[in-house]
Design a protein around this ligand. Structure first.
Ligand code: FCB
Length: 464
């Protein structure tokens, strides 16, 4: 049997705006996602996070659910605008108390809270002052982070500063698909990357200053990169895109420098990156305790000379050659994302080889499958069962190859507000009926609970 190391964390992940609802409750201020989702035409199906899964009111029930799934970890995010409704003091005590109760309830059930400080819900008041393009936002974040450490640092052992900085810049500034909804702003994108990393570094400094005994790290989304062919131009495209997506963030935090190749590509288009000030990279590379990794899919790159803004494009090939072998006829999720479990092994091995012995927690990994209840009320999401099984196996392979993986959080605990895609795309181990808000554990949830209880890869039961 493929066993995992003692103390391995088996969790599920969520984020505040995607599940909480109650956007006006207890003094919460608006965030950029309230503004964006209420702008007509932005969200598929017109959804907003106003109600979402109603978790802000049903959190007790959800903690019971987490315990019933045998999980010993739960990753969630704190909504910054609940603590600082306008992005700066005074602290809103009712917001503080909410997460305090949640943390206590998790601990009572033996579930370790893994807390994300920023999962995209910037207070709108800070956006009005320039948002993440404004360097001062990193300072506001450091204040907010310090308040969280002060309020919960005695009970929370795992902290994640920023979720997916690359996505924030790419979708929020270049493609206009996420809040705050800017398009074609390459300078905005790279400025925001820098300020998010600075915010991360400042939060780590505050954490150390407070003398807290837990662990803190970043939660980037990372992709293993493969060339579309052995043509040197495609290999160059692979390396280039890897600099944009992975190395930009990891070199900054682990090596204290931006990768030269990608820096040059930005400077060719934008001129000198003047927002990078002396000492910033020292702050950004303040030592962390672990790395969160969000893994969904690999990126297969093809050279496209002259394409904008970068000379490459992503393709979804018929097959992908990973170290696990050739994945022929690549399966896809319902969102069209290729399913390549061995890509997770390759990614983890690559991180370990390049950046050394940093402990890694998979902070997200999951897939869209839209299965709903059958007549008996059961949700037979066989494809997610398979997805979980194969990715847990790939994780085990990485551990066998020497990568220090300490935990795995599946995305997501329950179906929720999937940003621009609204409520149509279901990622949960638990099904949510959006009319009644009833939760119902899917087959994948039951299977994952068996893995967590065994601390090993158990095989799915063959059900009639
Ligand atoms: C990630 C996000 C998470 C969720 C999943 C599907 O990019 O961090 O909130 O939307 O994708």
């Amino acid at each position: 049997m493929k066993r995992f190391p003692d103390g391995f964390l088996w969790g599920a992940a969520t984020s505040a705006y995607q599940i909480e609802g109650s956007v006006d409750a207890d003094g919460r201020g608006p965030s950029i996602w309230d503004t964006y989702s209420h702008t007509p035409g932005t969200i598929d199906g017109g959804g907003t996070g106003d109600v979402a899964c109603d978790h802000y009111r049903r959190w007790r029930e959800d903690v019971d659910l987490i315990a019933a799934l045998n999980l010993n970890a739960y990753r969630f995010s704190i909504a910054w605008p609940r603590l600082y409704p306008t992005g700066r003091g005074p602290l809103n005590q009712k917001g503080v108390d909410h997460y305090s109760r949640l943390i206590d309830a998790l601990l009572e059930r033996g579930v370790a809270p893994v807390v994300t400080l920023y999962h995209w819900d910037l207070p709108q008041a800070l956006e009005d002052e320039g948002g993440w393009r404004n360097r001062d936002t990193a300072e506001r974040f450091a204040e907010y982070a310090a308040a969280c450490f002060g309020a919960y640092g005695d009970r929370v052992g795992w902290w994640l500063t920023i979720n997916e900085p690359w996505i924030v810049g790419l979708l929020g500034y270049l493609h206009g698909l996420h809040a705050p909804g800017y398009k074609g702003d390459l300078l905005g994108e790279v400025t925001v990357f820098h300020h998010l990393l600075l915010a991360h570094g400042r939060a780590v400094e505050e954490y150390r200053r407070g003398g807290h005994g837990g662990r803190i790290g970043l939660a980037p989304n990372l992709m293993p990169h493969y060339p579309a062919s052995d043509d040197p131009a495609d290999i160059e495209a692979q390396h280039g895109s890897e600099g944009y997506v992975n190395r930009w963030f990891l070199d900054a935090i682990f090596r204290g420098e931006y990768p030269e190749d990608q820096r040059v590509r930005y400077e060719e288009r934008l001129g000198p990156l003047e927002f990078v000030r002396d000492g910033d990279l020292e702050t950004i590379s303040a030592p962390t305790d672990f790395l969160g990794v969000n893994y969904y899919a690999p990126r297969v790159m093809q050279a496209v000379p002259g394409d904008q803004p970068w000379p490459w494009r992503v393709i979804v090939p018929e097959g992908i050659e990973t170290t696990g072998g050739f994945t022929d006829g690549v399966a896809r999720t319902e969102a069209g994302t290729p399913i390549v479990p061995s890509g997770l092994t390759d990614l983890l091995v690559w991180i370990h080889e390049r950046y050394g012995d940093v402990p890694i927690m998979i902070t997200e990994n999951g897939a869209v499958f839209d299965d709903g209840p059958d007549e008996s009320g059961r949700i037979r999401d066989d494809r997610r069962v398979r997805f979980v099984r194969d990715h847990v196996e790939a994780l085990h392979t990485a551990i066998e190859r020497g990568v220090p993986v300490i935990g795995y959080c599946h995305w997501s605990l329950m179906d929720n507000f999937e940003w621009k895609l609204g409520y149509a795309q279901r990622f949960g181990l638990v099904h949510v009926d959006y009319d009644t808000l009833a939760r119902r554990v899917k087959d994948s949830g039951r299977y994952y609970a068996r893995i967590a209880a065994a601390n090993a890869l158990v095989e799915p039961e063959v059900e009639s």
